[in-house]
Ligand binder design. Structure first.
Ligand code: DCP
Ligand code: CA
Ligand code: CA
Length: 554
């Protein structure tokens, strides 16, 4: 989708973007402290050339080890490297341990302001209120302000390689003559430094952060100084910073729009956009995107931090590179079954722990046709209303695959091969309290399937709507940094399990705990459907209470 500008807030805001350093490696280092300070990488389960690296410690990066390498290559450039296998279940990576670790961090960060979980290891925070409060009560320029971690900040306005760096930073943070906006940012820097220290103390994880007046700028700088550092963007430095920033570095300009700017307008950096009037940009890209580009060039962005600690969607995927490509229906089915089983567990868990219901099931695949250089044609993504129950999800996913294959393949007798498969559950809603609405939401607003949920013996007609997906944002599934061509087996921003415990234990956000009456309704539902005992009780393993999700399992 083309980006659209949001109205900007009247008041200056303080926004932070936090990203954990070499995240999977840190999780493994916490599990096995002998790996701390050592060159270490996490590798994907794979028997080819030592597996694909998915996370690399900073010690290993010094040797030139990169995420794009295989285990064998990494050993060549860094013989002492420790390679840790990603946990595996159902023949694929099991990321639960990392999701749970991410949830621990979210639980800490969400204490200081509005918090949006942006990916498995990233969070946005709106610290405006906390910063204002600090400015009133204990402004940084007050004499007792000496907060060491904050004085290690990188301030874009200040040269970063001079001798008295920390003194300069401290002086900047404490400037009595600073304008209101910069003072708020200084408070933001102190708050984020405090939070980062707290995260380190409570989880042993380090993270890096960007602090700015909007999400866009905070995100752009959070990875500028890594690991374990933070970077502040005062308004006065925005123009210079964007002037040299390649357009492709912007999240929304990584694709076609960015290429068009380069090829059609000769725009290489965000700063180059300043040469175009808003009207000109609107002529090229439409009113909305034109305005968005115009504002972006000036560092303006009205996008708000969402109040969301839980993921927007759940996705399970696997790639089948090279010789591993799937070439017949039965191998596709067997992999889809596994992916759907995991997806089903995750949405059941989300239902019982968080009282959330997913409404849409989507299948994505990548395919190639042999003997055809028709690489332009993509395997179309397909969606249908999501029906709870592993068997139903498996059945529906296979129908979506068939439908996609039909569009992709047509009637010609070309041989196909599938190089990646993923299933995603999206359009997730909180269940409102009250019987009617619960039923309504679980079966989807317009369907007539309440009996289907109640009656396990009937198999309701599936009417997938087989149009191409327009609603689903791929970013919900993949991490932003996830390269489509990478060796990744799976990447998503889902949550989990520990999230339940964390949220229940540490004071849940209102929306997660206020559902009333749900239990009894779901008990009622359970009586019309025999309990399933053959499967391990996933929900029971991870949450303290028996979930309603049980009853929708097939
Ligand atoms: N990940 C993955 N495959 C990718 C990208 C990421 O499996 N192509 C996983 C492993 C990473 C985690 O997601 O540890 C977070 O991704 P990041 O891009 O944030 O990278 P890291 O946290 O590993 O390193 P950095 O310190 O650069 O943020
Ligand atoms: Ca990271
Ligand atoms: Ca990240």
């Amino acid at each position: 989708a083309m980006p659209v500008a949001r109205p900007e807030p009247q008041e200056p805001r303080v926004i932070a973007h936090l990203d954990l350093d070499c995240f999977y490696v840190q999780v493994e280092q916490r599990r096995n402290p002998a790996l701390r300070g050592q060159p270490t990488a996490v590798v994907q389960y794979n028997d080819w050339k030592g597996g694909g690296l998915i996370a690399v410690s900073y010690e290993a990066r010094k040797f030139g080890v990169k995420r794009s390498m295989r285990g064998d290559e990494a050993k060549n450039v860094c013989p002492g490297i420790n390679l840790v296998q990603v946990p595996v279940s159902r023949d694929k990576a099991d990321l639960n341990v990392y999701r749970n670790a991410g949830s621990e961090v979210v639980a800490i960060l969400s204490t200081k302001g509005k918090c949006e979980r942006a990916s498995i290891d990233e969070v946005y925070l709106d610290l405006t209120d906390a910063a204002k409060e600090m400015l009133l009560e204990s402004p940084p320029e007050s004499s007792e302000f000496t907060f060491e971690e904050a004085t290690k900040s990188n301030i874009l306005d200040l040269p970063s390689d001079v001798g008295d760096r920390e003194e300069n930073v401290k002086a900047w943070l404490c400037r009595a003559d600073a304008n209101y906006q910069d003072k708020l940012l200084a408070c933001g820097a102190v708050l984020v430094a405090q939070l980062r220290v707290k995260v380190l103390e409570e989880t042993q994880f380090t993270c890096s952060a960007g602090i700015a007046h909007n999400k866009m700028l905070a995100k752009l700088v959070s990875g500028m100084h890594k690991p374990a550092q933070q970077t502040v963007v005062p308004s006065s430095s925005v123009q210079d910073f964007l002037a040299s920033l390649p357009v492709k570095k912007m999240k929304q300009l990584g694709g076609k729009l960015g290429s068009s700017l380069q090829d059609d307008l000769g725009v290489k950096t965000v700063g180059d956009l300043l040469g175009f009037t808003e009207e000109k940009l609107q002529e090229y890209y439409g009113v909305n995107t034109g305005t968005w580009l115009w504002k972006t060039a000036r560092g303006f962005s009205g996008e708000e931090v969402e109040d969301r600690l839980l993921p927007k969607s759940h996705g399970c995927g696997k790639t089948f590179p090279g010789p591993k490509a799937l070439k017949n229906h039965s191998s596709v089915k067997s992999w889809l079954d596994k992916l759907c089983e995991e997806l089903s567990e995750r949405i059941q868990s989300d239902l019982s722990c968080n009282k959330r219901v997913a409404q849409t099931l989507t299948l994505h695949a990548r395919a190639s046709k042999e003997n055809e250089c028709n690489s332009m044609k993509k395997f179309p993504s397909k969606s249908c209303p999501l029906r709870y129950g592993t068997g139903k999800i498996q059945e529906d996913a296979m129908k979506l695959f068939e439908s996609g294959l039909h569009d992709f393949w047509g009637s010609r007798s070309a041989r196909w091969s599938i190089t990646s498969l993923s299933v995603t559950a999206s359009k997730i809603f909180d269940i409102p309290s009250g019987t009617n609405s619960i039923l309504k939401y679980i079966k989807g607003p317009s369907s007539n399937a309440s009996t289907a949920i109640l009656d396990s013996s009937s198999t309701p007609e599936l009417t997938p709507f087989v149009g191409n997906v327009t609603q689903l944002n791929i970013a919900d599934f993949h991490e932003e940094q996830c390269e489509p061509s990478s060796i990744k087996e799976e990447c998503d921003n889902s949550i989990s399990a520990t999230q339940c415990r964390l949220i229940e234990g540490k004071g849940a956000p209102k929306k997660l705990s206020k559902v009333q009456g749900t239990g009894s309704i779901l008990k009622f539902l359970s009586q019309s459907q025999p309990a399933q005992h053959e499967k391990r009780n996933f929900d029971g393993l991870i949450c303290s209470h028996q979930g309603p999700g049980e009853f929708f399992r097939s």
